[in-house]
Write a protein that binds this ligand. Structure first.
Ligand code: SF4
Length: 385
């Protein structure tokens, strides 16, 4: 019962490392890893590495030593999610009579499952944008396959995620828009990739760093903060502001939505529109927020929901330390990295600019809709008619 009803699948940890080893040993396959934003804050903990030492580049080197062909960054596709989701939100704002508010983010599959199972009346208000892991897979098996001049069926995408719900997400049959194969072939949690590193006799402390592969290995600071509660909202508002006004805001203009509080709200003005936004993390807080919306006690235009406490930095697939809640410290690492990144806006990521110029044309284009969006009604929860 719990296995089918726990929205983040936390009680059903499936080990997929054998599937990845099979792919790495298959000479036909081009194995591409994408590393989620929150992994860089946590993967080194079981090895006793400091945040300064546990870089994404050191993890990339470990993956390279294991035989991965290309190692890239889900920050890239988090930026892509922002391009699509911010455009979707602004389009809804332009036609308020045709849309219900708030629009909800949809990048957390634990939240999407919870919504479908317990609050189906809000499913129409979920963004249709796929999550960053889904967008990455769709682009890897179309645009990137074309750039490599390889058959997209030979590209095998491995997501390294903080999350057990992402395993369920990658099994959803409708998420296969690029070439008919699943957008993502297999999801490994942080704990699984750490086990693989140990099983490969790699000592992360004594290996070097490796630059991520381009062009899907480049992410902005806005993409980086997806891993913490409030990060998706902040990143989306940075780009929505630019789309609506033609100028960038101060990159920290929306920092009110940061922090570990379970239900945050704020009001911002963008191009003369007053926007009421809310951010929740943890499903207990989310239930309180949704009940308040249903009863008309609150009104919001845009809501971010993350199922895990603190967001993905506190995800169900991250390293576990009994009695410790490490999400705040991990989130601090992400915000420090954002502040140091020379690119703070998703729409300024050169790889994203090139992707639209050379392939997708513009956000919400016909091809973008085909590859990067989904029908949230297009699959059923267990037991759903
Ligand atoms: Fe997965 Fe992050 Fe959602 Fe948790 S908050 S279920 S780790 S996507």
């Amino acid at each position: 019962q719990c296995i089918t009803h726990c929205p983040v699948n936390a009680l059903h940890e499936r080990d997929d490392t054998d599937r990845v080893l099979d792919a790495l040993n298959d000479p036909q396959k081009i194995v591409v890893a994408q590393i989620a934003p929150s992994i860089r804050t946590a993967w080194g903990e079981p090895f006793g590495l400091s945040p300064e030492k546990a870089t994404i580049e050191r993890l990339a080197e470990a993956l390279h030593l294991m035989g991965f062909n290309f190692i890239m960054d889900t920050d890239f596709s988090a930026d892509l999610t922002i391009m699509e989701e911010a455009s979707e939100f602004l389009e809804k704002l332009q036609h308020p009579q045709d849309n219900k508010f708030p629009m909800f983010t949809s990048c957390c599959p634990g939240w999407v499952r919870f919504c479908k199972a317990h609050y189906p009346e809000f499913v129409d208000q979920l963004s249709t944008s796929k999550s960053p892991q889904g967008m990455f897979g769709a682009i890897a098996k179309s645009y990137y396959a074309k750039a490599l001049e390889v058959d997209p069926h030979n590209i095998y995408v491995v997501s390294i995620m903080p999350c057990l719900a992402k395993k369920h997400e990658c099994d959803i049959p409708i998420l296969n828009d690029a070439c008919g194969d699943p957008d993502v072939d297999v999801v490994l949690t942080t704990r699984e990739i750490d086990r693989m590193i140990r099983a490969s006799y790699i000592m992360p402390d004594s290996i070097g760093e490796r630059a991520l592969d381009m062009p899907l290995g480049l992410g902005s600071g806005a993409g980086n903060i997806f891993g913490a509660t409030g990060g998706v909202m902040e990143a989306a508002l940075r780009t929505a502001y630019y789309f609506a006004t033609g100028t960038n805001p101060d990159p920290d203009a929306f920092k009110d939505v940061r922090g570990m509080e379970g239900w945050k709200e704020s009001t911002f003005t963008i191009a003369g529109n007053t926007l009421h936004v809310a951010v929740s993390n943890g499903l207990g807080n989310t239930k309180r927020l949704l009940d308040a919306l249903k009863e008309g006690r609150v009104h919001y235009d845009f809501v971010e929901v993350m199922a895990c406490p603190g967001g993905c930095v506190g995800g169900g697939g991250q390293p576990i330390h009994d009695g410790e809640f490490n999400a705040p410290a991990r989130a601090d690492v992400l915000y420090r990295q954002d502040a140091k990144n020379v690119i703070r806006f998703s729409h300024e990521n050169p790889s994203i600019i090139n992707l639209y110029r050379d392939y997708l044309d513009h956000p919400l284009s016909e091809l973008a809709e085909k590859l990067l969006h989904t029908d949230q009604h297009g699959w059923k929860m267990p037991g759903e008619k």
